[in-house]
Design a protein around this ligand. Sequence first.
Ligand code: ZN
Length: 416
Amino acid sequence: MPMAADIFDRARAASRDLEGVTRPAWSSEDQAAADILLGAAQEHGLTTRMDAIGNTYARLAGRDETAPGILSGSHLDSVARGGNFDGLAGAVAAVTALAAIRRAGMVPGCNLTAMGTRCEESVWFGIAYVGARLAVGNMDRAEFDALVRLDSGRSIADHMTDQGLAVDDIWRADGPEIKPANTKAFLELHIEQGPLLMEQDAPLGIATAVRGNLRYGDGVCYGAYQHSAATPRRLRQDTVLAVTELLQRLEALWHEIEDGVDPSAVFTIGKLFTDPANHALTKVPGECHFSLNFGSTEQRSQDRFAAAIAAMTEEIGRRRRVRFVLGDPVGSSPTPLDPGLRAGLLASAQSLAIPATEFATVGHDASIFARAGIPAAVLLVRNDDGSHNPHEKMDLGDFEQGVQVLAATMLDLAAE
Ligand SMILES: [Zn+2]
């Protein structure tokens, strides 16, 4: 697949950072990726443009150019020292699929458009999916104006203006760039960021849903620092034993949910620590910090987890004479993906005899299109060594199979 390999190589060269790539949102690096992508699309006869947000579009005109079209793509930015394929694979896959359809002389029923979005990664401005949210009209000017890039301290408008974008044109009188009235479906190819396809020895995965999450980033349990030998159990205010009891009970609840309604539920304690300035072998720990991160495809599981956290911290706090302060939770709701599109992707894979398996996925731009009322689906490509690190890797043979399934599904949808 020389076209795709060439785009990947050139984008990597334009954003190389030690062993990985760094493409900050609205930087010369993600702009280079956009230019390389659009240039390749033009060479292959596609009609290209960039909107006021900096999202890229490469279009293959359909027989009925006024009918709602099919959109496919993913993001151009990366995390710092991340991998070249996280995001870019989906943007390149869509352009490659459209070029192949055109080369084969096929004219789709409606317009097919390959999209590259900006600023999907939350590391740059503290929130994810900015380019996609702006494209579907899901961010007002006040929220936009408050965004500041975490590393530079400069506003989002400044960074976008640096790239020659006309920020004031984003909120147009005729509504957002992408809406159900002009877009029939959004398909996103993305590398898998977990180990399931490697484990199941399948090149492709079809996402059932995008997990939501419930997160407490800075939980603290307050008790009292007491003499470890002089204080009997009934008078202790031990925060470590209180927190570990909470975590074990939440883990049991996670297993129950995982064995029951939601096999894709995940639970992570990313942080757990006592205060090094005050903790000691001979002190009852008077303060313990921790985080809670529960992910699920079922809103009722998230609600159940939230209720359990509230009840358990209250009961454990009272019994163990400690106080839990969790702060306000952050997170997102689970997003179901379109059953018809999922079935279409599965049918395309089957007719091409390409093994594909179904499971839930993490947050992607597709969830923003789904929430905007546009049927959306995610096609995952096998990728060893996880993601958000320089070692992520995808076999170009697997990628090519993904492009075949994507192209076949887009054509089928355009014929409906
Ligand atoms: Zn990504």
